[in-house]
Write a protein that binds this ligand. Structure first.
Ligand SMILES: Cc1cc2nc3c(=O)[nH]c(=O)nc-3n(C[C@H](O)[C@H](O)[C@H](O)COP(=O)(O)OP(=O)(O)OC[C@H]3O[C@@H](n4cnc5c(N)ncnc54)[C@H](O)[C@@H]3O)c2cc1C
Length: 583
């Protein structure tokens, strides 16, 4: 089949919150922008975000301000976040919320008409006295409202959507500039090269490298795989957040908003154990709560016949809070666990949720390469959202800071691209395009081999077993060897029988497995590389945080080389937050 070419001012791969905020910034400037998405835009994983989006609006705590938000985020990141980027995000947060509100996002409100804000984990300025209420919410369906608002605004600004198109590979010209992406139309199998001087990756997370995940099935790290295969170094890939409350047996997320509204974790003996682990009790940072729950389980105090989960108790919450603030959670509990949260506790277990690491960028979303002489911008390529690492989340993300990251840095990247003074012509040749289809063509031709589903299920088991909440060298090393074997199997023999063109989901899944494998390998290299415990990365063989050697980002490459990149501790206007012990 022939390959068509479409040329745009900019291409955005991904129609989640980050991609659609970037495309909107371009659309507002009158740029011709294409958004490519493997699902209909409003089915992107952002739609599943429940709890909310952080901004120091001070609607409830009069003296809250962005500087406290900044402090909590740096501390929550276990000091691995880049402080200039965190400053930018927290300063921009209130304006971003008001902007969304003006576009029609239906925030929950209090009786005075103010945007409703709830407490969330790690927002601890008033701990001991009072909680900070900094998380703006649309009941427990915040991402749904955000995504629909952005979609409507994009339609109004003439963004051209390519829904149910699957992006295969980034295309780089002989001069080393990225010039677009190859893609296939899922509905009829046709091929296209989308060409532009600037390509923005916004492909979201990759939680599906694990067997149990809160992430949608589409979160397969495709953008990370595409960058990795061009030997772009990925940053902090060992930093996977385990959410303390995935619904036991399903992985479905039970929002931190439940604990923000007063829910508490309990063990089999009925003890509310979190106060024994942290001053902030149930609203400690997620890495701390997840580890505490695992310790309860390891100590034999887990719930159920297998003592392999804990309980989230919402029975003390009043009827009004459950009905109005947590309606989605009530439904999930009833449908998927057969539990009425007003009467019984929910069975929950730490479940993989979010990737703090990703493609390293400047605060304008430009992808960078770290060299001995400093950071170099890679021409033609941007990354935003969960696939990027700007890095505002460091070693542990605060709940409700991701939606904020999407809109703040999505907008920053879109503006930056719109403002570029591009006089260089767009240059590429047929050979550049062909390379972008090479792996796909090879897989389509293969007539026998190993089923992609077999490779995927082995991969997910390895990650779940060897790269969980607690890690150590020997398990990770054997996990890495097994992953390398799987990578070899995939490259040489991954096979799918169904070669049809129309809605061939088998083919799409086979392509996704390639990306999952690359993300898993980069996670394995980075996890073995960082010989300390920080944030979400807890090593039994190196249990302490090692600030002398490891208060740095890890960067790993497909050729297995590794580099340390300094953390930026030079914010613009406030004093840097200096290292301290977290509670
Ligand atoms: C259940 C759940 C609840 C959450 N709750 C919250 C919360 O309350 N607050 C908060 O701040 N964060 C929350 N998070 C985290 C946050 O929602 C995500 O980090 C964020 O939405 C990711 O947005 P994104 O724009 O980067 O990517 P996504 O929304 O995941 O979108 C990725 C896009 O990329 C496209 N794509 C991917 N690969 C390809 C390809 N090969 N070809 C074409 N298109 C492709 C997809 O189609 C999709 O449009 C939650 C996450 C989960 C899983």
């Amino acid at each position: 089949m022939t390959v068509s070419t479409q040329v745009f001012d900019a291409i955005v791969i991904g129609a989640g919150g980050a991609g659609m905020r970037a495309s909107l910034a371009l659309g507002v400037e009158g740029k011709r922008v294409a958004v490519i998405s493997k699902v209909f835009p409003t089915r992107s994983h952002t739609v599943a975000a429940q709890g909310g989006i952080n901004a120091a609006l001070s609607n409830y705590d009069a003296d809250d301000n962005w500087k406290y938000h900044f402090y909590d985020t740096v501390k929550g990141s276990d000091f691995l976040g880049d402080q200039h980027a965190i400053e930018y995000m927290c300063r921009e947060a209130p304006r971003s919320i008001i902007e969304l509100e003006h576009w029609g996002m239906p925030f929950s409100r209090d009786e005075k008409g103010k945007i409703y804000q709830r407490a969330f984990g790690g927002q601890s300025r008033f701990y001991g006295k009072e909680k900070v209420r900094r998380t703006c919410a649309v009941a427990d369906r915040t991402g749904h409202a955000l995504l629909h608002t952005l979609y409507q605004q994009n339609v109004a600004h003439n963004t051209q959507f390519y829904s149910e198109w699957f992006a295969l590979e980034l295309v780089k010209n002989k001069q080393g500039h990225f010039v677009g992406v190859t893609a296939i139309n899922i509905s009829d199998g046709s091929k296209c090269f989308f060409a532009a001087k600037q390509t923005i990756l916004a492909t979201g997370g990759a939680g599906r490298i694990y067997e149990q995940s809160t992430n949608a099935y589409i979160c397969t790290g495709d953008g990370l795989g595409m960058a990795w295969r061009h030997n772009i170094g990925l940053q902090d890939m060992e930093m996977w957040q385990f959410h303390p409350t995935g619904l036991y047996g399903t992985g479905i997320l039970i929002s931190e908003g439940t604990r923000g509204e007063g829910g508490r974790l309990r063990n089999a003996q009925g003890d509310y154990y979190m106060s024994g682990y942290s001053k902030n009790a149930d609203l400690a940072c997620r890495d701390i709560v997840a580890r505490s729950s695992v310790q309860e389980i390891l100590a034999g105090r887990g719930c159920g016949p297998d003592k392999d989960h804990v309980h989230l108790d919402l029975t003390d919450l009043d009827e009004d809070t459950i009905r109005n603030k947590l309606p989605g959670i009530t439904e999930i509990a009833q449908v998927y666990a057969g539990v009425d949260p007003r009467k019984e506790p929910l069975p929950v277990v730490p479940t993989v949720h979010y990737l703090m690491g990703g493609i390293p960028t400047t605060e304008y979303g430009q992808v960078i390469e770290h060299t001995p002489g400093g950071d170099k911008v890679i021409p033609g390529l941007y990354a935003v959202g969960e696939c990027a690492c700007v890095s505002v989340h460091g070693a542990n993300r605060l709940g409700a800071n991701s939606l904020l990251d999407l809109v703040v840095f999505g907008r920053a990247a879109g503006h930056h691209v719109a403002q570029l003074d591009e006089t260089q012509p767009l240059v590429y040749d047929q050979d550049d395009i062909d390379q972008g289809f090479a792996t796909y063509t090879q897989m389509m031709k293969r007539t026998s081999g190993i089923a992609h589903s077999v490779i995927r299920s082995k991969l997910q088991k390895i990650m779940q077993r060897d790269f969980g909440v607690y890690r150590n060298h020997s398990e990770m090393q054997s996990g890495l060897q097994a992953l390398k074997q799987l990578k070899h199997d995939y490259d040489h023999s991954c096979y799918f029988a169904d070669k049809s063109k129309v809605f061939n989901t088998n083919k799409i899944e086979a392509l996704e497995v390639g990306n999952l494998l690359d993300v898993a390998l980069s996670t394995a290299y980075a996890s073995l590389y960082r010989t300390e415990s920080r944030g979400a990365h807890s090593r039994m063989d190196y249990p302490e945080r090692d600030d002398t050697n490891w208060c740095v980002h890890s960067v790993v490459y497909a050729d297995e080389s590794t580099v340390k990149r300094p953390v930026n501790v030079a914010p613009n206007e406030v004093k840097p937050v200096i290292l301290e012990v977290r509670d």
